[in-house]
Design a protein. Structure first.
Length: 415
């Protein structure tokens, strides 16, 4: 890293905020500039579909730190003024306002945006998306004050909103095109458990059902025509059909992009003066191969990794064990590791008591553990997955298996 200009971070979300904080904590004394297109101080995103909709937290309470924090740490912020172009030759970025900011190193932490469905009526006034604080302010009245909500997409956000809406007594229907909820994120054992939970709490779950069209009707409500031929009438519709990495800025700047901004094991893009982290980056994980992960852990661990690398104290590649959580109807689901194939599974614990873990294996190697209301097992699983030696089905099915004890006997965690 040369000495001219600031370390500039584009994207003031989980990754951007953690990066500027971590870089200052390394003792870096140069200029740091955090640029965000949302007109908000950096804030926590997960509560948008949980505590905010449940009425347990106000949107205003989500900021990581007050304004003075940035002044005290000498982090210049430009909020509500996103970057529109990167000039790699001049090593500068241009903001929407026309301002140009020079960088010595640029970190892209651009996040992901909600997938817009190319479906007739998806732009009607009662149709909502949920990615940002502004979206949550718009969605909250639909969850608190309407009587019928249709949610299109049974992924993480759709299911969390369904739980919050049903808790508020809203008649809630989830329309999911595949045969399972959260199919990309969890095993069928966990998906089925969540499906039972939602149905028991009154959520009308329509699997193998796709949205065909949305129409506004004479009473001011929305009619959702679905693939079964049925019409579901709602006061509001949430489309939660997944997210896409924000890559346009990188593509326009000529950086390598393929379902995310391509970075190497050090999280450097095809330009050594630019790094990318979090939801927008596709990276080489030492254990899971090329991958893009949408989670708070991934964005914040990558932010700390790049901060340490720029400060000269990190020379290894990035390889943290991914982990993730979701809370629905008070049930806490925690995932450690990643599993994209169904593979072999061992379930330990009591499903009826709602306290169990699913250990998932590929080629007799533990790759992922999903825990329901078992935080101790989840923490142990993270250590097991970081261990240098593989954990096999034999380990987990052995008499007296205790993940916490086993974790203690494994060697030091691999990076
Ligand atoms: C409703 C919701 C619930 C979630 N729940 C969970 C959960 O329970 N657990 C979990 O682990 N993860 C959860 N996630 C995912 C998690 O929030 C993200 O993975 C995480 O925020 C990624 O951090 P990031 O820094 O990559 O992106 P973000 O936090 O999304 O920040 C990116 C920022 O960059 C800004 N930006 C984009 N382009 C520009 C530009 N050109 N100029 C300036 N700024 C720009 C964006 O507006 C945004 O503010 C949830 C996400 C949502 C939306």
């Amino acid at each position: 890293m040369n000495d001219d200009g600031a370390v500039v971070v584009v994207g003031a979300g989980h990754g951007g905020f953690t990066f500027v904080t971590a870089l200052r904590q390394t003792g870096f004394t140069g200029e740091i500039h955090l640029i965000g297109d949302e007109n908000e101080l950096p804030y926590q995103r997960p509560p948008l579909s949980k505590e905010v909709l449940l009425g347990q937290k106000s949107p205003e309470a989500l900021a990581f730190r007050p304004e003075q924090f940035y002044e005290k740490n000498q982090v210049t912020t430009s909020l509500g003024d996103g970057v529109v172009t990167i000039d790699r030759d001049a090593r500068s970025v241009r903001l929407r306002s026309g301002r140009v900011v020079a960088y010595r190193h640029l970190v892209l932490a651009l996040g992901a945006s909600a997938v817009q469905l190319p479906i007739k009526g998806s732009d009607l006034p009662g149709v909502r998306y949920l990615r940002s604080l502004a979206d949550a302010r718009h969605l909250a009245p639909a969850v608190h004050n309407t009587s019928r909500l249709v949610i299109v997409g049974g992924g993480l956000i759709g299911m969390e909103v369904a739980a919050a809406a049903a808790d508020h007594g809203v008649v809630t229907t989830v329309v999911e095109a595949s045969g399972s909820v959260m199919a990309r994120a969890v095993s069928t054992t966990i998906a089925k458990h969540l499906q039972r939970l939602h149905r028991a709490r009154g959520v009308d779950l329509r699997l193998d059902t796709a949205l065909v069209e949305l129409r506004s009707n004479e009473s001011g409500s929305i009619d959702a025509l679905v693939s079964s031929g049925e019409v579901l009438t709602a006061d509001a519709v949430l489309i939660s059909a997944g997210a896409r990495p924000r890559t346009a800025l990188a593509t326009d700047a000529g950086l390598a992009v393929d379902d995310g901004i391509e970075v190497d094991e050090h999280l450097t893009t095809s330009d050594p003066n630019i790094s990318a982290i979090g939801d927008c980056a596709r990276f080489a994980h030492s254990r899971y191969g090329r991958i893009r992960i949408e989670s708070v852990q991934n964005a914040t661990d990558q932010a700390r990794h790049v901060a340490a690398r720029l400060a000269g104290s990190q020379h290894l590649g990035y390889g943290a064990v991914p982990w993730f959580w979701t809370t629905q109807f008070g049930t806490k689901v925690q995932m450690a590791g990643i599993c994209t194939a169904e593979g072999q599974q061992v379930t330990i614990g009591d499903i009826a008591e709602e306290k169990f873990s699913v250990y998932r294996f590929v080629d007799d190697r533990l790759v992922c553990v999903e825990s329901i209301n078992a935080p101790g097992e989840h923490m142990a699983a993270r250590r097991l997955l970081a261990a240098p030696d593989p954990i096999t089905i034999g380990h987990v099915t052995a008499v007296g298996f205790d993940p916490k004890q086993l974790a203690k006997t494994m060697g030091p965690a691999q990076p």
